[in-house]
Design a protein around this ligand. Structure first.
Ligand SMILES: Nc1nc2c(ncn2[C@@H]2O[C@H](COP(=O)(O)OP(=O)(O)OP(=O)(O)O)[C@@H](O)[C@H]2O)c(=O)[nH]1
Length: 671
């Protein structure tokens, strides 16, 4: 086992005991002096140092436990005037005990003040307000020259986000601390041991006695700073230091550090109070951030909802993008936004060319099959984008939209290289030796190019949520388009059916029923007559000498005669009568609820009416021969029509332009 931190600071004393806390194996050299034992009489046993009762208590509390639940306070010396705080914990095969002088006075005040500060912290509503209160309070409690909060960015650069300092100190607020100052090992140490106190970085440090014992002292408050740490503090001009890590649920958020240009004493009680304050502040910070993020997520959700609610008809992908581009760019701190959908690219702001976006989609399909967003802040360096022409856009976030089929749509946000000027507290690239003075070194300035601002976790979450909403919006648009298309198809089909029906049932020349339809009507009437005994009659008529009309005036005038005749007959019939063209110049009238008497009367009226028909270019009257027949119980359509036809030909034979009732029915016609 290698030796760890073999040197100790001297503001407290350390004892190394065996695992049962029975035998003292080593102590810091200052134990005798600090505990008032006198240099000549070092303690032989723990009982001699702590007394029997306390020793028993410590052993008992440590049994099976990694550390004492809380520090113990005890007194020693004449009149028990020396007070100590005792911390004990296990380290490997050893139990380590730390003794630190403890002041009884001011304890109540400290507790009262702590209570007050915690209440005030809990009332803060903004991060800036919270951190400003924290640094000011910690500075008041500890008396350090400077108290600051350093927040880590995704690259582990530190950013000074709050500061309280003595008036004559230069400010480092807003400056950055290079990531190289926070290597992984240091960050792990920040998490494992959240409180680090160095009373005087330049004070002599003492070894354990005997010095050959190998003990892991990394958890010890008293461990001396490493040589590198000393150098670093020296560079900053710092001698006294207290660091408290700010650890939230996602890990190391930042560090509160307190610096003094001279050695600076902070009692264990005050260090504990600062630790409690920092923990409370970090929790409050998480809460405020959660609230802030919830509000942000709501704004992102509302952005699309407003576009969908206010519009009556669903918006297409292009319209959605144009509606929301400005809002989304603000919300996602982007300078360009694009939507790739079904091979089309819709874009707003500063985006790469459409073909570059399409190319990116092809690559993303292979490289990123998951549902979450894909992002980079350095397109020039990322393998997926480095060969694509996007000189301006350093940051890309691509959100896949699962449209329910193999082809996914993609929403893109683009960030330009902001080219910010970063103020470095200590130059990040070189660890040059710096002049040690009472003040902090002058800041370096650096223009940062090539990288966009990082895509925050909450932005990626919001992007996922936006992606889901956008998928819904586009799907609902597609469905409505499909429905519209179907509706158009349905209407086209209905009109085609209507045309078909027209063709099937109507005579194209006269627009009255054709033979097929009038036969149907006769069949229906026959059924009704059989079932209910509803009598009906048929009139069949034929234009006289129509061939001669055709021959004399032309076929087209002949057509006009047929049309005019049909109109006239049609307009003089009752609503319950049916009229159809039987073929050529032959027509049939189905007169419902009519007996032979009524039908013969109708036929005569029609004959007289048609004689008066006049058409331009026609110099002769139009006459018709009409056969009339009434339904008889045994009739079929065929027998009925045959009798009507016979009656009509009888009329022809008898000289035309007359009405003939079917044989055997004439007797029923009076007058
Ligand atoms: N213009 C025109 N003529 C038609 C149409 N359908 C049939 N015809 C003609 O009507 C004429 C019927 O002639 P015929 O059957 O000899 O009878 P008709 O000349 O009317 O003599 P009768 O019926 O005996 O009085 C034929 O010349 C057909 O070509 C049509 O839709 N339009």
């Amino acid at each position: 086992m290698s030796k760890h931190y073999p040197l100790l600071q001297s503001f407290g004393a350390l004892l190394v005991l065996d695992a049962e806390s029975r035998r003292i194996q080593a102590t810091s050299a200052n134990l005798a002096t600090l505990a008032g034992l006198g240099a000549s009489s070092p303690p032989i046993t723990l009982e001699q140092l702590l007394g029997r009762r306390l020793t028993q208590q410590v052993r008992c509390e440590l049994q099976g436990q990694p550390r004492l639940a809380a520090p113990l306070v005890f007194s020693r010396g004449a009149n028990r005037s020396l007070h100590f705080q005792l911390r004990a914990y296990r380290s490997g095969e050893h139990v380590l005990m730390e003794l630190e002088p403890f002041r009884m006075d001011g304890q109540h005040r400290l507790l009262g003040a702590l209570h007050e500060h915690l209440s005030r912290l809990a009332e803060t509503t903004h991060q800036e307000e919270l951190l400003a209160y924290l640094v000011t309070t910690v500075r008041t409690l500890t008396g350090f020259t400077r108290v600051a909060v350093c927040q880590f960015d995704p690259d582990w650069h530190g950013h000074i986000v709050a500061e309280a300092k003595a008036d004559d100190e230069c400010s480092i607020a807003g400056q950055r601390l290079a990531a190289r100052d926070f290597p992984v090992a240091l960050r792990r140490a920040y998490v494992r041991h959240p409180v680090r106190y160095i009373q005087d970085a330049q004070a002599p440090v003492g070894p354990l006695t005997p010095g050959d014992l190998s003990v892991d002292l990394s958890a010890s408050v008293l461990r001396a700073p490493t040589f590198e740490r000393q150098r670093y503090l020296e560079r900053l001009g710092v001698r006294g230091m207290l660091n408290v890590s700010m650890i939230c649920e996602t890990g190391l958020w930042g560090v509160l550090f307190c610096h003094a240009t001279a050695a600076h004493e902070v009692t264990a009680a005050v260090r504990d109070a600062v630790h409690i304050l920092v923990q409370a502040a970090t929790e409050r910070l998480s809460l405020l951030r959660a609230r802030h993020e919830a509000r942000y997520l709501k704004r992102v959700q509302d952005s699309l909802a407003s576009s969908m609610n206010t519009q009556q008809s669903p918006r297409g992908p292009e319209q959605l993008l144009l509606d929301q581009a400005a809002t989304w760019m603000t919300l996602f701190r982007a300078q360009g936004v694009a939507l790739w959908h079904a091979g089309g690219v819709y874009q707003a702001g500063k985006t790469p060319a459409p073909e570059v976006i399409s190319q990116m989609v092809i690559r993303l399909r292979q490289a990123h099959p998951h549902n979450g967003p894909w992002c980079t802040r350095n397109t020039a360096k990322h393998s997926l984008t480095s060969s694509l022409a996007m000189p301006e856009q350093a940051g890309v976030m691509a959100i896949p939209l699962s449209m329910g089929h193999a082809q996914r749509a993609w929403l893109f946000f683009f960030r330009l290289t902001p080219c910010p000027v970063l103020h470095w507290s200590v130059r990040p690239v070189s660890a040059v030796a710096l002049p040690v003075s009472g003040t902090l070194p002058t800041a370096w300035y650096e223009e940062v190019t090539g990288c966009s601002e990082a895509w925050q976790r909450v932005e990626r979450l919001a992007a996922m949520s936006l992606g889901r909403d956008l998928t819904l919006a586009i799907s609902s648009y597609e469905i409505s388009m499909l429905n519209m298309h179907l509706e158009r198809e349905r209407k086209a089909l209905a009109s085609a059916n209507q045309r078909l029906e027209q063709l099937a049932h109507f005579d194209p020349l006269t627009q009255i029923w054709n033979r097929y339809r009038i036969e149907q009507a006769i069949d229906d009437e026959l059924v009704a007559a059989k079932r209910y005994g509803a009598t009906f009659a048929l009139l069949m008529f034929d234009v006289d000498h129509f061939k001669a009309i055709n021959d004399t005036y032309g076929h087209s005038l002949g057509d006009e005669v047929l049309v005019a005749l049909a109109r006239r007959v049609e307009s003089s019939l009752r609503g319950c009568d049916y009229f159809g063209r039987w073929g050529g110049e032959e027509f049939v009238i189905l007169a419902t609820h009519s007996d032979i008497q009524a039908a013969a009367g109708l036929a005569e009226r029609l004959r007289e009416l048609l004689v008066t028909l006049q058409l331009p270019g026609l110099d002769q009257p139009v006459t018709v021969s009409i056969g009339v027949v009434a339904w008889q119980p045994d009739d079929s359509c065929k027998t009925l029509m045959a009798r009507a036809d016979a009656a009509m030909y009888l009329a022809k034979r008898k000289g035309r332009n007359r009405v003939e009732v079917a044989a055997g029915e004439a007797a029923r016609v009076k007058g």
